[in-house]
Write a protein that binds this ligand. Structure first.
Ligand SMILES: Cc1cc2nc3c(=O)[nH]c(=O)nc-3n(C[C@H](O)[C@H](O)[C@H](O)COP(=O)(O)O)c2cc1C
Length: 329
């Protein structure tokens, strides 16, 4: 059944979705997710107590996390029933943002497989509207809220307001599409103040989402500063910045299998250097059960993905979970 659904989705992706302009394919995919109750079909989930992990003290039914991209309440709710151990909401800013003009997302065919480059620019409804939507979502799986700001004040206000509505709070200092957050990784000294202020603003477990573009600063300054501030979880990480002339901003964040080798290398180094004191969500390029398994074997506490959800379909979570249970313990 799982294999048949995976094959069917590949046919749909290659035969239909890939032939449509990206913006039409996205609109179609999101409408389908909103309207069709895929989550009521048990086929996408696999429940087994052996899969459970804890992240920042929160129990996840399994180590798979849908990475940040969706803010629509109906989609987030649906995703919670599609096999993920936790679901991350899109990064929210204090004020609503329209995002960058179209085209802000393009497909790429790399040697490693199908990926995306986006310059979404934080299209989101803003703190007030999003808080209202979130309050109505039952947490069938833990919800990770994500915040993005320009100043320490922004992050503190966002974390104070959204912290109570999520089970964990991720703060984004790594999306490459706006100066808004990417610049934080270039200013590790100021980041120390931010980390401490954010830690003081919520009692929820905090996750710092890192950029693969700043490996040296991450490991020499940012992770030590996070640990010092009492933040024990990193998500390594976000998309990799690339030039892309088809996008309105002429550059964007690359996601999908092309960045997997970097994710694995970053995880290995970080785990070796910081040992068990750090919990690591390894995100970037996972689009198969083998890749997820490799990251978990290399010491990831949990594995995140977004592009694989689009290119391999919602059945990917179930495929990974079946593979994890095959592993001799
Ligand atoms: C269209 C799009 C929008 C995204 N929006 C966010 C976001 O709001 N906040 C964030 O932290 N990451 C965002 N990401 C990054 C993903 O959460 C993830 O870290 C990245 O795509 C790498 O994982 P993947 O290769 O599995 O997609 C976005 C990615 C894409 C493709």
């Amino acid at each position: 059944m799982t294999r048949a659904l995976a094959t069917l989705y590949r046919l749909l992706y290659d035969g239909v979705l890939c032939r449509l302009p990206e913006s039409t394919a996205i609109a179609l995919g999101q409408t389908a997710l909103r309207l069709i109750p895929f989550d009521r079909l048990g086929a996408f989930r696999l429940e087994d107590p052996r899969l459970a992990v804890t992240l920042g003290g929160v129990r996840l039914a399994n180590p798979l996390i849908l990475a940040a991209m969706y803010y629509d309440a109906r989609i987030l709710r649906r995703a919670m029933g599609l096999g993920f151990g936790a679901v991350t909401a899109k990064s929210i800013t204090r004020e609503a943002r329209p995002g960058h003009p179209q085209p802000n997302l393009v497909r790429v065919r790399t040697a490693a497989g199908p990926g995306l480059v986006n310059c979404n620019g934080f299209q989101n409804p803003g703190l007030e509207a999003f808080s209202g939507m979130l309050a109505r979502i039952p947490h069938r799986a833990p919800l990770i809220v994500s915040v993005a700001g320009e100043s320490v004040d922004d992050y503190v206000a966002l974390v104070r307001a959204l912290g109570p509505l999520g089970d964990l709070v991720e703060f984004n200092i790594s999306s490459p599409n706006t100066k808004l957050v990417y610049e934080w990784s270039r200013r590790p000294a100021e980041l120390v103040t931010l980390l401490r202020a954010v830690r003081a603003a919520t009692t929820k477990p905090l996750i710092v989402k890192l950029s693969p573009d700043f490996a040296d600063a991450n490991e020499a300054q940012i992770i030590p500063a996070a640990l010092e501030a009492g933040i024990r979880i990193v998500n390594y990480g976000n998309t990799r910045r690339v030039e892309e002339p088809r996008l309105s901003q002429r550059a964007g964040g690359l996601s999908g299998p092309e960045i997997f080798a970097g994710t694995l290398a970053n995880l290995r180094r970080t785990r070796r250097r910081f040992g068990a004191e750090l919990e690591i969500i390894a995100t970037g390029g996972v689009d198969s059960p083998d890749k997820a398994l490799e990251l978990l074997r290399e010491g990831a506490t949990a594995v995140g993905y977004f592009t694989g959800f689009i290119t391999r379909g919602p059945i990917l979570a179930r495929q990974i979970l079946e593979r994890l249970l095959d592993v001799p313990t």
